[in-house]
Design a protein around this ligand. Sequence first.
Ligand code: NOJ
Ligand code: CA
Length: 702
Amino acid sequence: MTYMKALSLILLSSFLLSCNMNPQTNVTSPNGQLAVDFSLSGDGQPNYKVSYEGEKIINPSALGFEFKDRPAFRDGLRIQNTESNSADETWQPVWGEQKEVRNHYNELLITLQETEAPNRLVNVRFRVYDDGIGFRYEFPAQENMADSVFIMNEQTEFALTGDHQTWWIPADYDSYEYNYTQSKVSEVDASEFKSENERVDRQIDNFQAVNTPVTMKTGEGLYLSFHEADLTDYAGMTLGITDDLKLVSELVPWADGTKVKTKAPFTTPWRTIQVGQTPGDLAESFLLQNLNDPSKLNDTSWIEPLKYTGIWWEMHIGKTAWNYSERAEDSYGQQGGTQHGANTKNAKEYIDFNNRANIKGLLIEGWNTGWEFWGTDSVGFFDFTTPYTDFDLREVASYAQENDVALIGHHETSGQAAHYQTRLDAAFKLYQDVGVHHVKTGYAGGVIPKGEYHHGQFMVRHYRQVVKTAAKYQIGVNAHEPIKATGIRRTYPNMMTREGVRGMEYNAWSEGMPPQHTTILPFTRVLGGPIDYTPGIFDITFDKYREKEQVHSTLANQLALYVVLYSPMQMAADLPENYLAEDDEFHPAFQFIQDVAVDWDESKVLNSEIGDYVITARKEKGADNWFLGAVTDENERTKKVSLDFLDDGQTYQATIYRDGKDAHWEDNPTAYEIEQHEVTSQDSLDLWMAPGGGTAISFEVK
Ligand code: NOJ
Ligand code: CA
């Protein structure tokens, strides 16, 4: 096993067991830039602070816990022991943005003990990397915490050094599906989202609080992002904001108000602060994955990154429906289509299209019975194994196999997690039997059992159980309405991608997202992990189905998203007919979707400003090709890009898909041009992007 080998290579460069008199309480990053200092205040309260190149970036911040029926763990502590370690190893992800990941840190472990009875113990472990820090609490096995421990509050603080610019979404206990707001941290105010609280699948308790990753730019121009890693058996963390500019952990509660139910020994997730001089530094960081355990799956040969189409957008724009019914009013939600989309004939047509287009995956939603009860009070209406009468799963699966198409299964639970758990094995087994290796899950609705939240410990456990069960059946997961990504893809590489974002579907049936949305995502949501944003809409206005709604970007921008927004499962989300030109040949711009890779040897953010523009380049895994994606917000702009990321000594054919001269996301979104040039790493290009536009480039070795 690679990890065992790697472990034996870890250099314990300094191992220091200090005595109580003079304990080591500081630790710096391998390059010395980042430093964490730990201390106890006069009354024995633990604190840490962080500096970057000698300047404070986190002021003294307290750590602590409140429990049910036990004294709080906040002060009256002494340092019982400290220990320093270092590690430097390199590991290979099964799939990812980068062929190799370096895990290089210095560590400080501090053992704290109460000076008075019950003399409880906790370890605080800090890991300091060049690109950020992580720390977590480890409660060792101990008599006083052996039976159930109920955490009522975790009081981890991040005391900011200024009123930083912040890109944030509200601290909703159920949903991350919001547009980002940019404001000073002191001006965070989610009351504008109050109306969302009427929904069963939304819950904001504190309007001066945010979900993570939350990203900031300091007055000195440094970028910080706060999040968590290895969220395994704990509640999701939101961050409340105090008047004196402290972020304070606010855990998502269980229905009974408890935050976390556990017993010693237990560890919390890592609390993380990513630090960078540019937004790109944040996006290129592997801090979160490095803070997760190595893969627990021995055989990963069945895990396959892929592009996919789907019987999906047609339901969102109201061309067809999820449920099989003659009655239009039975259709799911506001979509309104009446013809059932997931029928055998339609599925076979998609398979033919995929085969011709060489797109490997096909998602089919609405194939199984139960959708007619969507939005009603019924419970347990999906059994995840019974197809509608017009859909022959086995016939479709074998037709897919004949045509080298991989079906992507679908389990929409409507939030009924407890019920889904009882069906999990049967549901995955059926897919395994018909040769399916990818399943999209969904939790669109209030969680049942009632009172639980999507981001509380009950659901954290549930989502993990689903990933583990899926692995047993050799199935990769694309989770919608998920728990946030915290780097567990390292441990379970079958946890491939997830939503947890206001994605493309919102453009189909709501006011959607402003053009700047995708210039913010790489530096906020996507810091956590891959995103199933579902790009690639060519019929931007879809006026045939909806007049008012449209996608808020140009067509070239849609192409660029395949590079800008990383996912090992990347959808070509539009209807197949929109990828065809009038002569039934492929739309010329579809070539980019066919060519672009989904797995990478290298990834670089070349230039960016959060909320304004992003330019990203990636090198295809195991191949010489490079791809570039650039997107802008509502402003047009020209950016000069040096091609020095290309391999030296190679000549490439660059195919440039750019906005047409008068392109504009609102009134002329489909104007595009394709150009070809021979280029080398010595060249540079001026990229002009229309308002809401972008550029996509493929570089093929000649
Ligand atoms: C919401 C998901 O995000 C979307 O992708 C899916 O089509 C619907 N729920 C139905 O499951
Ligand atoms: Ca902007």
